[in-house]
Design a protein around this ligand. Sequence first.
Ligand SMILES: Nc1ncnc2c1ncn2[C@@H]1O[C@H](COP(=O)(O)OP(=O)(O)OP(=O)(O)O)[C@@H](O)[C@H]1O
Length: 606
Amino acid sequence: MEKRKRTTEETSMDENKVKKAMSKAEASQVFASCSFSSLGLHPNLCDQLRDRMGFEAPTLIQAQAIPVILSGKHVLVNAATGTGKTVAYLAPVIHHLQKYDPRIQRSDGTFALVLVPTHELCMQVYEILQKLLHRFHWIVPGYIMGGENRSKEKARLRKGISILVATPGRLLDHLKNTASFVYSNLRWIIFDEADMILELGFGKDIEEILELLGSRQNKSVSEEKQISKIAEFQRQNLLLSATLNDKVNNLAKISLENPIMIGLDDKTLQISPSLEGLKSLGSDVENEVEDSEKIARSSNDEYKLPVQLFQRYVKVPCGSRLVALLSILKSLFERESSYKIVVFFSTCNAVDFHYSLLSEFPSLSKTQSEAEALQLFLKCKLFRLHGNMKHEDRRTTFQSFKTEKSALLLSTDVAARGLDFPKVRCIIQYDSPGEATEYVHRVGRTARLGERGDSLLFLQPVEMDYLQELEKHGVSLTEYPLLKVFDSFPLYSQKQNVKKFVSVEMHPWVLNLQKTLESFVTAEPKRKKLAKDAFCSWARAYTAHRGELKSIFMVKKLHLGHVARSFALKEQPSLVGQSFQIQSKKRKRDQNQKGLSKKRKGARKS
Ligand SMILES: Nc1ncnc2c1ncn2[C@@H]1O[C@H](COP(=O)(O)OP(=O)(O)OP(=O)(O)O)[C@@H](O)[C@H]1O
């Protein structure tokens, strides 16, 4: 069995960093020094939080948010990932609902609506609700989401769901088509991961939902009263996210009335109760005009990241990316017996290819007996998650990865937001995230609630300007010692006492592993097809970067032959390459024509 050597330098560097981070984490004080009951929550609910959930004390954000939410005001919460925002909004809702006298009944319909962007988040919030409601059996939790059986959902809505967790598209569908869905008592609308809901293009749906529910802030009071006939209380809307952007500003404006801001720095705030100049949530970010009444400025905002998170980047030439990924994963899993890692990819095809590769790629073996034993290169439980998977498979992956102590999850951005996988120690962004907000949410899957976490961002030499993009938001990364990782592997077919290698591409470990990977992938037509499809969709995704990022992630700057190597292909797939080049030529031609017609228009105007 091959053993990896760890340099003492590497070990002491890591240990120092751990110590430094842990003291930072302690200093950051994740928990407040008060109790849940001192925040005004009902004793039964406090018992439930302690006995069922194991929560002894509130987190800082819970201590800040719970009393304000209990007071009935509209609230915008901006707090770092993994700080306990879910309980911050669910606990006050449950507190109020359990107090209703006479007790609420299923026939009263829905009192609280939690809108979330993804299925996984929908399930996660629902599960937390189930635990919190254990002692309050008359308050019924439920969920509706795209991809589920509509008629079963209709039946559940007919029976009555007191607190409903939903994805926007499916909610809108039921609001329009399920006559037995009672929402006349609706008191709370909560947007969890508000910016992602909008990023996913649900802006128009949200506007329509707010209209239908009579909760759009420019509705006249009489109209609102008509809709909320039975409700004796005023509506309370809550908006939560770890990152804010212009679209959230607009959503805040149309859904929140005189909101209280929690977790937002005064300097970056301009609270505007004014409802004038509302823009459509469905419009493109690029098309949005500068607005002087922003609730939170996004352009130069510093994002809040957990202080105990070590953020590093690794600079890898394109053709060596796959070898670098596999080597880093191997070294991490060999270092510790229990280790949970999430690797983010840009496309579903890329996840499928890497999943298939890692599920079967054998260990590079020195001896015949080792080869016969068929050891895998990576000895860890492997999972994958992406939007093209069947819902049932997504659910199983989500649940299984949650409970594993040591495992690797390969995922697209469906896992980037809000998901709470316990004990994830490291996040690897193999494909770059695009917007800085995406970076923040991806790394937010680790270092949750004061725990230690590492993150590693893969960048090619031509993409290094992305670090400056992150710097603009106060995010700074240190370099990961990649060559040291390669040096620590035994070099078969080379003399053991070799000199230090200076270049990543020419490192014997890299050359050897790359060659083996290429032979492995090209030997099996199915695997080769997965690699080709992944290559093709990767290149398409690469051209889809928006705004300023276009000048950093330029496909023009890439050598497509090297990109192919990163999918263990010996050559750039010619057909894909040609069609890709035709596409990019066409795009260029279109851009030139656009530029020309703009110039012409300009000339006509002047
Ligand atoms: N008071 C508490 N005591 C102990 N654990 C808590 C407490 N509140 C929340 N947690 C746990 O902290 C973790 C993070 O909580 P949660 O998922 O609500 O964070 P979040 O702020 O919504 O994160 P994200 O921004 O990534 O969605 C969860 O595992 C949750 O069970």
